[in-house]
Ligand binder design. Structure first.
Ligand code: PMP
Length: 424
């Protein structure tokens, strides 16, 4: 019998790159919010944020093809595309964030950001939340807490409890914000007492990988004050919330209302072409240059810059940020109208929404959420799960997602909820 793709993958790739779904999907084609598998089955993509302006958007494809057929080289030679892009990008950011280094992935961007904080402060100590993911380099994987590093967390890393929906840090939003800041202050004090000093706090301003609990604007204000007093940097990992997904704000830090010192970008930035960036102020960039030599063979090459530019063009011309806001609001209100004994909360912003499932005793309904994701996949809709207990259905589609797409998702989910048994 011939080897299946799953068997071949296991033989050639080993176990380190797992697939999604009980029965992995073999995709062969994509367009807009739709994907097709090898059997010709069509899926509504309600999960993937990388194809930000839609799978295989012709404008982005054409920009990549045109530039690839003209020139591709690295950034030690002059080229205007990278400058055009950085100009457009920094125009969307305030707070003096006017210079950027282009990289190929979010992990790389975060790795550079950590070093920027260390260069700017002369200290080593770094803080992240205790339930997050910032990437896969040796340095950022120490802040990516799904699996503790071998030998435990190094002395210069401190983790603070992530804001949670199920086990809130305590009381009303103001009390939670104060508790979060107090934990950060304690972590800074520990870093200072142990001689590490405090360089920076890396956080996703939407707490996307933490399960994006609902947080009021200003939630981070007390934390920002603590960080400023200690002289550290705020590193905003905008890999997930950035580029307008949240609808009401182009950047996650705008929605929460704070000013980061460094912003890192990736995933949706070039609609699937591997592009990332680190944006900061000239003073921090100068400190980074003094402390570290830096060169990136592929980062910001002419093809990548063309892809990123075309993605921004489509975002603007097709009004996709407004679409994220409008369709997101429609989808949120329809999801909130769903009734099921285990459906505890529907939350999110723009086209980044979650539905959290909890048992009557307050424990997370992880298995139930997993069955929903599988049930939706069998009905031709791709979603995922998120949160500390993976009990929140994650809805994070490409931004051209329409009201009709949203209705199809809600009606399919409603039908599935009526049929999916509560686990014993
Ligand atoms: N930061 C966040 C918040 C992420 O979610 C991810 C990827 N899921 C990364 C960084 C890493 O990005 P990449 O996979 O491009 O290295």
């Amino acid at each position: 019998m011939s080897e299946t793709l799953i068997e071949r993958r296991a033989r050639l790739m080993g176990p380190s790159v797992p697939t999604f779904h009980a029965e992995p999907v073999h995709l062969v084609r994509g367009a807009g919010v739709w994907l097709w598998d090898a059997e010709g089955r069509r899926y509504l993509d309600a999960y993937n944020n990388v194809p930000h302006v839609g799978h295989c958007h012709p404008r982005v494809v054409e920009a990549i093809a045109r530039q690839a057929a003209t020139l591709n080289t690295h950034t030690r030679y002059l080229h205007s595309a990278i400058l055009d892009y950085i100009e457009r990008l920094t125009a969307t950011l305030g707070h003096g964030l006017s210079q950027a280094i282009m990289v190929c992935t979010g992990s790389e961007a975060n790795d550079v950001a950590l070093r920027m904080a260390q260069a700017a402060t002369g200290a080593r100590g770094l803080i992240a939340t205790d339930n997050t993911y910032h990437g896969n380099t040796a340095a950022v994987s120490q802040l990516s807490t799904r699996r503790p590093p071998i030998g435990g967390y190094p002395a210069h890393v401190r983790l603070v409890p992530a804001p949670e929906s199920l086990t809130p840090l305590g009381g009303n939003p103001e009390a939670q914000a104060a508790a979060f800041a107090a934990n950060v202050a304690r972590a800074i004090a520990e870093l200072e007492e142990t001689g590490q000093g405090f360089a920076g706090f890396m956080l996703c301003p939407f707490f996307a990988n933490e399960g994006f609990p609902t947080l009021p604007r200003g939630f981070l204000d007390p934390t920002v004050a603590v960080i400023r007093r200690a002289g550290g940097l705020i590193l905003a990992d905008e890999v997930q919330p950035g580029f307008g997904r949240l609808g009401d704000a182009f950047w996650g830090h705008e929605l929460l209302g704070f000013a980061p010192d460094v912003v890192t970008l990736g995933k949706p930035m070039a609609n699937g072409h591997p592009v990332g960036a680190v944006v900061t102020r000239p003073d921090i960039m100068a400190d980074f240059r003094t402390a570290f030599g830096y060169f990136n063979t592929f980062g910001g090459n002419p093809v990548s810059s063309a892809a990123a530019l075309a993605t921004l063009d489509v975002l603007e011309e097709e009004g996709l940020v407004a679409n994220a806001r409008d369709v997101g609001a429609h989808l949120l209100s329809r999801l909130r109208a769903l009734r099921h004994p285990l459906l505890a909360e529907v939350r999110g912003a723009g086209l980044f929404l979650g539905a959290e499932f909890v048992h009557p005793d307050g424990s997370p309904a992880t298995g139930f959420a997993e069955r929903l994701v599988e049930g939706l996949r069998l009905r031709g809709i791709l979603t995922g799960r998120i949160g500390r207990y993976m009990n929140t259905l994650k809805i994070r589609p490409p931004l051209p997602f329409s009201r009709e797409n949203a209705d199809l998702l809600v009606e399919t989910l409603d039908d599935l909820l009526a049929r999916t048994e509560e686990p014993a």
